[in-house]
Design a protein around this ligand. Structure first.
Ligand code: THU
Length: 132
């Protein structure tokens, strides 16, 4: 996996972040098992709670174009602070990309990688819905 390329793609995406309220511009780059790359940025709403994070935008772009099976997602903030995925993104990634590697980056030479299961232990999932 070209981790540095993934981080560069996430950082390039931050230029399109729509963050007029927080000023916190986030970019994500999602690598599918077949090598396809999707980027995402945070898109904020005047009704703040409707804001969507960069990670979910990247994932929803990929899912809506028929992809399943994801290797890694890189997340970076334009101001180079760490940006761990929020709880909502962890849950949605768990639902659709359970085995994914999450790469938190400040730049292409300063990053940490971890499995999503480390970020979301004891997760809820659809298995709990399927009882008699
Ligand atoms: N944000 C993301 O895009 N990803 C994260 O992992 C954390 C937070 C966005 C949401 C909001 O637009 C801004 O960062 C401040 O919370």
């Amino acid at each position: 996996m070209d981790i540095q390329g993934l981080i560069r793609a996430a950082h390039a995406a931050t230029q399109h972040a729509r963050a007029p309220y927080s000023g916190f511009k986030v970019g994500a780059a999602l690598l599918c098992d077949d090598g396809t790359l999707y980027t995402g940025v945070n898109v904020e709403s005047s009704s703040y709670g409707l804001t969507i994070c960069a990670e979910r935008v990247a994932l929803f772009k990929a899912l809506s174009e028929g992809h399943s099976g994801f290797q890694a997602i890189a997340v970076i903030c334009a101001n180079r602070t760490w940006c761990p995925p929020c709880g909502a993104c962890r849950q949605v990634l768990w639902d659709w990309a359970r085995d994914i590697t999450v790469i938190l980056a400040r730049d292409e030479n300063d990053y940490q990688q971890m499995k999503l299961s480390t970020l979301l232990p004891h997760a809820f999932d659809n298995g709990y819905l399927l009882h008699e």
